[in-house]
Structures are given as C-alpha cells and as structure tokens.
Design a protein around this ligand. Structure first.
Ligand SMILES: Cc1cc2nc3c(=O)[nH]c(=O)nc-3n(C[C@H](O)[C@H](O)[C@H](O)COP(=O)(O)OP(=O)(O)OC[C@H]3O[C@@H](n4cnc5c(N)ncnc54)[C@H](O)[C@@H]3O)c2cc1C
Length: 336
C-alpha cells in the first residue's frame, strides 16, 4: 500500500478543485487530486461542454470544454498527483493528526490537510431503463452530448422531458439530419422560452412515447421501437444513428455527510479561511456554505487560494499565511 503523505489532498476535480491544485502547487505543497469521474472538469464537461460561458472575469466567452482544457492545463503546472475514477467514501483523522481517506475501491490516501471540492457530490446519470441499453452506451447511446460534431448528419432520437432534452433537441436540430424528441408525458418541463422555440422548430416531437425496444449491431443502435403510453396501436419504429437519454441525474453526497462536518442546507459550513468545522479540512466551490455565497465558477477561483493558503500553514506551520501573485512567482518553468 502506498503510504506517501501529501500536504493537501483535493477531493473533486471540478473548476474549484483544479484551480486550488494550481495554487497549492504555487505554494509548493505536495498536492493530490482525487476525482470520481474518469476525467477532470466536474459539472462543466458533464453537463455543458459545448455551451458558452460568459461570466468568468477575463474570458469574454468560451465553451465549457475550452474553459475545462485551460483549467486542466493550469492545474497540471506543478504536476499534482491525479487519481481518476475513485470516489472517496470515508475520511478519518489518525493519531498523528494526518487524514486517512478511503476510496470506494479500497485504496487509502494519506494527507496532512484536505480540501473538499466535491460540488454537490458524485454525479450519476439516470440510465435508460432497458436491459439492452448497456450494449449501446457510449458508442451510440449517450447520457450527455460531449461533441456536437459527432451528431453531424445523423438521425438523432432524444428521450426526456426536461431542460436538457429540450435544449439538446434545439441545438442538434441545426447539425443533425433529423431530431426526434420523445417524452412519456405530453408536457415538457423546460424553460418556457425553450418550449416555445421547440414548438416552432423542425424537431419531430412525439408524446406520450417511451422506448420499447432497441436494435443494432456492435454497439451501434440502428432502430428503436417506440410505444405509445395511451394507445398501443400507435407503436412506431424509427431508424436512428444516435440516441440521447436525458432522464435526469442523481447526485450522491452521502458519504461526506457522515464525516462529522457541520452542514447547512446540504452544504458544508466554512469560516472565512474556507475551513470546515474540522480543523485541517477545507471546503470550496459549490459545496461550501457561507453567508451570501454565489455558486459561480468565478467565486470558486477565489476560495481555492484562500483554502490552500491556510492548508499550507497547517502542513508547514513555519510558513506564514501569505498571498502570492503568479506574476511574482519565480518557479514557472516555461518563462524565459
Ligand atoms: C447546466 C449548468 C450550467 C452552468 N453554467 C454556469 C455558468 O455559465 N457560469 C458559472 O459560473 N457557473 C455555471 N454553472 C455552475 C458551475 O458549473 C458550478 O458552479 C461549478 O461546476 C462548481 O465547481 P465545483 O468544482 O465546486 O464542483 P463540480 O463542478 O460539481 O465538481 C465537483 C467534482 O467532485 C467530484 N466528486 C464529488 N464527490 C466526490 C468524492 N466523494 N470523491 C471523488 N470525487 C468526488 C465530482 O465527480 C465532480 O467532478 C452551471 C451549472 C450547470 C449545471
């Protein structure tokens, strides 16, 4: 077992965790990021990689994917250890004051301090409730649209009745050969303006329908049979190339709520140093609660350095809590 001790371990590799990793590196802390998903970026690549973000200072506009790429590049500046595909399920303080973190796969990590950048917890898309779905997942059945270009000239079926389903139907209408949107109910829950736009669009809207059968080969879905929920004579078959399922998602914060941290409204209470009720454990980003908190990426970019500076003081008590400007830091290797 690897018993290497890190100065700071950041749980969660979303915007908050990534920027905190950059800043911890600049404070010359031995840094580790542990992320449940198989990739970094958190909610941004998960929910809106192709949407345009316009409220980060200094970036007039950039897609979720572009912002994520920059954040990851920046976070890797000081070579933090990155562990992907692991959910941290338990945290315990050991007799020597260090923390022991247990992952769901049994791995144990040791750290002098911990920064929780977990958002509202691990994200799980609600899967298509069909035994054959697993054969098509990731190849032609998707729970989120990662690259619009993959849908170019394709016959796309979207299943779902919320904002995501309606938004993707409208977005893909301009790219795909055809877009069909099905929903179990006759009403959509998307924003009123989007639903109105949908009504005026070329999207083939079918309600109340659900997927009854999937046909295809080697993970490529070719045909679906749709059953009408009120009239079985209206069953229809549809030839498709891609299926997008937007049946919502579940967020699991459960393990963290049992770690003895003070919680307020489902978030972790922090003081002005971003420290939680447990000394040496900090929280930043969406999960951190303090008066007048804004759940913005830009806010998380301030919280990470505050937490890292105070974590540094614990990991290395001789060091002062000091603020560094990157322009004054001499440790970058790419400077002339
Ligand atoms: C559709 C949508 C559009 C948005 N648009 C904007 C916008 O335009 N501008 C803006 O500023 N904000 C926007 N936001 C909000 C923004 O995405 C969040 O504020 C931001 O992602 C928060 O970053 P975070 O790092 O705190 O959390 P997250 O991005 O949620 O990342 C947390 C990460 O922690 C991981 N994790 C959780 N628990 C564990 C665990 N136990 N072990 C290991 N890993 C764990 C998760 O897998 C996740 O990857 C939007 C959000 C949504 C949903």
């Amino acid at each position: 077992m690897n018993e290497e001790i890190y100065d700071v371990t950041i749980i969660g590799g979303g915007p908050a965790g990534l920027f905190a990793a950059f800043y911890s590196g600049m404070r010359e802390m031995k840094t580790k990021i542990i992320e449940y998903l198989p990739y970094l970026g958190g909610k941004v690549p998960y929910f809106y990689p192709e949407k345009v973000i316009r409220d980060i200072g200094g970036i007039a506009q950039a897609t979720g994917e572009e912002v994520t790429d920059q954040l990851v590049e920046q976070a890797m500046t000081f070579d933090p250890e990155v562990v992907l595909g692991e959910q941290v399920v338990d945290m315990e303080r050991m007799d020597n004051g260090h923390f022991q973190l247990l992952s769901s796969n049994g791995n144990i990590h040791y750290s002098k301090t911990v920064i929780l950048a977990t958002g509202f917890g691990t994200l799980h898309s609600v899967k298509l409730d069909h035994p054959e779905a697993v054969y098509y997942e990731e190849k032609s059945l998707h729970y989120t649209v990662r690259k619009l270009a993959d849908y170019y000239d394709q016959h796309v079926l979207i299943s779902g009745g919320g904002n995501s389903a309606v938004d993707w139907a409208l977005e893909l209408e301009n790219i795909a050969k055809s877009v069909t949107l099905i929903h179990r109910r006759n009403q959509f829950k998307g924003l009123e303006s989007s639903v109105t736009k949908l009504k005026n669009s070329e999207v083939n809207v079918m309600t109340p329908y659900e997927i009854k059968a999937l046909y295809g080969t080697d993970g490529q879905v070719e045909k679906v049979v749709l059953s009408h929920l009120e009239d079985e004579t209206k069953e229809q078959a549809l030839e498709i190339d891609r299926l997008v399922v937007n049946h919502g998602f579940q967020i699991n914060l459960e393990p963290i709520t049992s770690w003895g941290l003070e919680m307020i409204d489902g978030m972790i209470a922090v003081d002005s140093s971003m420290q939680t009720s447990v000394e040496g454990v900090f929280a930043i980003g969406d999960i951190a609660h303090y008066p007048d908190k804004l759940g913005l990426i830009a806010g998380a970019f301030n919280e990470g350095p505050i937490a890292a500076n105070h974590a540094k003081k614990i990991a290395d008590p001789e060091d002062p809590v000091q603020h560094l400007f990157s322009t004054n830091y001499a440790g970058f290797t790419d400077e002339e």
